[in-house]
Design a protein around this ligand. Structure first.
Ligand code: ATP
Ligand code: MG
Length: 548
């Protein structure tokens, strides 16, 4: 896989050249406490991409050390999403499979006088930790003997203590300028069932203790994570060293991916799902991989987008328009073009013979002639978009209005002669005449028209649902401490329309992507679409102001 150069690649290359390493193993280590989002795709592309470039291996490892928040559903979805993105892991691991080994490491630290059991509460530990400008205070339990600690730790494991009453802490330095080194907690008591180990354990390791051990056990050479862990690196190295791990992985941090108007935290995404602001983790408005897949983004587009954002220490905010750009690029030549009317208005061609049907030829994709042609029916009654007619048009309106002529895409010129309104004053039917000499493809050149509109034949039209999306979270300049991101949920983020499509799309398969003329790219919704009654999710509109 081709990737441009970056600082991590440079480090790996040097490590191989200097003989510091003779192979490369990376890992993608999600915690199964939610569904993957586009930020994770960045980590996936980097980890799998770099290892692949150097003939190395990449593990998928579930960092499942917090049973209260984790679930098998998340494990399953993560596997599905990584595969769908196009990556194959070399080995599948669970941190929970190493609980015995981690326990032994903790015992080793106690024996070396480098860990102790503390009875302080979580609040007290926080208080004792001090601040960036003040050193921390030692716990009164810090001086416990090795024997006492071994005994208490074993009893923690045996379930003798309630949640929150005891922890195991590393004994490092309460005055360290790095707060992470002020005797970090290594183990906590939690009487919780684990999705993998069941009730075998009632103590669970903390991330900062577990993660370096997981990497070392698996022989990971380069442990890539995001920059918020930079300050944890000394602790990472302390754990590997003091636990006397044979393999010493190197932690390297890169900048997170952030996207405009996009919530990218599993905690917040879970809140949106749990409080039913959206229709599940795969809601097409969410930046989850499953939501984006359902919306219609392709794995190819996501991978190309992520690569374009690059690998660096900084973490800027990327314009979401860039993501749209890549999906348009990917679908441009692949997606068939077709016509769909989202807000239908009946149009009657009064001089067209009643009962007659013509099957017109239309290119499937003018940008990719290899895709061939399709047949579309045309007869006396068709549907057009409501917005393509105006009783009193403004200047530069080139579509239908009384007396004006337009081209019907793939068909004829029609001229508006009359229209009908209902009792409330809404226009409900347009009457036109057509000129048979103007058929698409003919060499008619007596007059020109300025507007071309799309349409669907009324007698053959298939009803369809269209779902249009706007950002789920609105931008806000205002800073109000009383408000959370939930206060900026866009109530109008989903618009559902009932319209019509060409008859040849009646039984279209779910996940098929197409371009509706003038409306944009759409995906057939995998959850709600039915044969005969398709549901289309708009992926992106056609217009773009974004240029690479
Ligand atoms: P979140 O805060 O959304 O829950 P996380 O970092 O806690 O994300 P993990 O499951 O721990 O989620 O992440 C697995 C890997 O994905 C980690 O190595 C993490 O650094 C990486 N990752 C998560 N979010 C991003 C992002 N926005 N950009 C790049 N990498 C990310
Ligand atoms: Mg996390």
């Amino acid at each position: 896989m081709e990737q441009s150069s970056n600082f991590i690649r440079t480090i790996i290359k040097q490590d191989l050249e200097t003989g510091k390493r003779d192979h490369v193993i990376t890992r993608f280590p999600p915690e199964p406490n939610g569904y993957l989002h586009i930020g994770h795709a960045k980590s996936i592309v980097i980890n799998f991409g770099l290892a692949d470039d150097f003939g190395g291996k990449t593990n998928l490892r579930f960092d499942d050390t917090n049973p209260l928040k984790e679930d098998q559903e998340y494990v399953d979805s993560i596997k599905e999403d990584v595969s769908w993105l196009g990556y194959e892991w070399d080995a599948l691991h669970y941190a929970s499979n190493y609980f015995d080994e981690m326990y032994m490491c903790a015992v080793l630290l106690i024996n070396k006088g480098l860990a102790y059991v503390d009875d302080l509460s979580a609040d007290e530990i926080r208080e004792y930790r001090g601040t960036l400008t003040e050193p921390g205070k030692e716990s009164p339990h810090r001086a416990r003997t090795v024997e006492e600690n071994l005994d208490l730790f074993e009893r923690m494991k045996n379930g003798e203590f309630a949640d929150g009453t005891k922890v195991l802490r590393a004994k490092i330095d309460m005055a360290s300028p790095n707060l992470n080194l002020r005797d970090p907690v290594l183990y906590r008591v939690s009487h919780a069932s684990h999705h993998n180990t069941g009730d075998a354990w009632c103590i669970y390791p903390m991330y900062d203790f577990a993660h370096p051990l997981e990497d070392a056990i698996e022989g990971v050479t380069h442990s890539l994570c995001t920059t918020e862990f930079e300050d944890h690196r000394p602790l990472y190295e302390w754990v590997v060293r003091e636990c006397e791990m044979e393999m010493q992985p190197q932690q390297i941090e890169f900048g997170r991916l952030n996207i405009t108007n996009t919530v990218m935290s599993k905690r917040k995404l879970k809140q949106l799902v749990d409080e039913q602001h959206v229709d599940g983790w795969d809601d097409p408005r969410l930046p989850t991989i499953s939501g984006m897949r359902r919306r219609g983004f392709t794995a190819e587009a996501i991978r190309e987008f992520v690569k374009e954002t690059g690998v660096s220490k900084g973490s800027g905010v990327v314009d979401s328009a860039m993501l749209d750009h890549f999906v348009r690029e990917d679908l441009k030549l692949k997606a068939p073009r077709t016509m769909g009317v989202l807000r239908p208005l009946k149009l009657v061609i009064t001089n067209y013979p009643e009962g007659e049907v013509e099957w017109l030829d239309a290119e499937i994709n003018p940008e990719n002639p290899d895709m061939g042609t399709r047949k579309i029916p045309f007869s006396r009654e068709i549907y057009i978009e409501q917005e393509d007619f105006m009783e009193e048009p403004p200047k530069k309106y080139f579509r239908l209005f009384p007396g004006n002529e337009v081209r019907l895409k793939h068909a004829y010129f029609v001229k508006c002669e009359d229209f009908i309104k209902d009792e409330e004053g809404n226009v409900v039917e347009i009457h036109c005449t057509y000129d048979p000499r103007t058929k698409s493809g003919s060499d008619f050149n007596e007059r020109k028209v300025k507007g071309t509109i799309h349409w669907v034949d009324a007698t053959h039209a298939v009803p369809a649902e269209f779902r249009l999306y706007e950002p789920l979270i609105l931008d806000s300049e205002e800073e109000d401490e009383e408000k959370t991101f939930l206060d900026y949920v866009n109530e109008k983020s989903l618009e559902t329309l009932n319209g019509f499509i060409e008859p040849n799309l009646k039984d279209i398969d779910v996940q098929e992507k197409l371009q509706f003329f003038r409306h944009g790219y759409f995906n057939v919704d995998p959850k709600h679409s039915k044969p005969g009654k398709p549901v289309f999710n708009r992926i992106v509109s056609l217009k773009s102001s974004f240029r690479l």
